[in-house]
Design a protein around this ligand. Structure first.
Ligand SMILES: NC(=O)c1ccc[n+]([C@@H]2O[C@H](COP(=O)([O-])OP(=O)(O)OC[C@H]3O[C@@H](n4cnc5c(N)ncnc54)[C@H](OP(=O)(O)O)[C@@H]3O)[C@@H](O)[C@H]2O)c1
Length: 249
């Protein structure tokens, strides 16, 4: 049902973004794979996209730089001419923003708030979606609710703003047949490496083990941690035609 559609997935060189790219490719979607530094990992995602029978291309951009985001969408226009799906998944690496609220500097604060590429990205993406489309932000709603993960203060605030912006765009774009959703994972652990594992694999081993034990002991009723593939499945369902209220007669 998604066969022949075109998608851009930011941050698809690694982690959750890569899993989304591979899931959509398995359903016949051609994928623009975005990366920041790690061209080799992005190339590997592209190889795996092609192994699933879809096609794609690579795009490099720093999502904190508006001119980079604009350039990325110009390249999509040149190569794909249109876009059906935009998934905003990239997030700068942890060292650029990881500080408690009492220690954070304005530089790190801004790095987090400028990090989602969602405002400009959505404005640009919709200009390539004349016949409707899907826009999905990977947020982290729970991070901003309790304030308990102090070092996540800036990113938790940025993700709370992202949740909110999704709702504003959802209202603005519904008349055009473009759905806007946020997908908010809990703790996601992929394979124990930095390419497939997600950001939590970059934290100390003791943190990883404590998180794993806590979730498996019953915090999660299914007694297992979420994986990048779980999130990719949710995104794939939101991309289906049936996920649009405009289809209901
Ligand atoms: N992992 C979790 O437990 C979890 C939970 C809730 C929400 N999320 C959200 O899910 C998304 C993906 O998380 P993840 O853990 O899978 O990510 P990840 O493995 O840390 O990968 C980060 C991705 O973002 C790209 N990136 C890094 N800095 C960038 C920059 N300045 N400009 C553009 N792209 C940049 C990286 O590109 P390179 O490979 O080129 O460096 C990579 O593709 C994030 O938005 C995150 O907040 C994750």
């Amino acid at each position: 049902m998604l066969n022949g559609k075109y998608a851009l997935i930011t941050g698809s060189s690694r982690g959750i973004g890569r899993a989304i790219a591979l899931k959509l490719a398995a359903h016949g979607v051609n994928v623009a794979i975005h990366y920041y530094n790690n061209e080799a990992a992005a190339n590997d995602t592209l190889l795996q996209v092609r192994q699933r029978g879809a096609d794609g291309l690579l795009l490099q951009a720093d999502v904190t730089k508006p001119q980079d985001i604009s350039r990325m969408f110009s390249q999509i226009q040149d190569k794909f001419s249109k876009l059906d799906i935009f998934v905003s998944c990239a997030r700068p690496d942890i060292q650029t923003f990881y500080r408690s609220p009492m220690e954070i500097t304005l530089d790190r604060w801004r790095a987090a708030l400028d990090s989602q590429a969602f405002l400009i990205g959505t404005q640009k993406a919709t200009s390539l979606m004349p016949e409707g489309g899907r826009i999905i932000a990977i947020t982290y709603s729970s991070s901003g609710r309790t304030g308990s993960w102090q070092l996540w203060a800036a990113m938790g605030t940025a993700k709370a703003a992202l949740d909110s912006l999704c709702r504003y765009f959802a209202v603005a774009l519904a008349p055009r047949g473009i759905t806007v959703n946020g997908v908010s994972p809990g703790c996601i652990f992929g394979e124990p490496n930095m390419v497939e594992g997600g950001v939590l694999r970059s934290l100390p081993q003791a943190f990883q083990e404590a998180t794993q034990n806590w979730h498996e002991s019953g915090w999660i009723p299914m007694r297992r941690l979420g994986t990048p593939v779980d999130i990719a499945n949710a995104v794939m369902l939101l991309c289906m035609n049936e996920a649009s209220l405009t289809q209901v007669k």
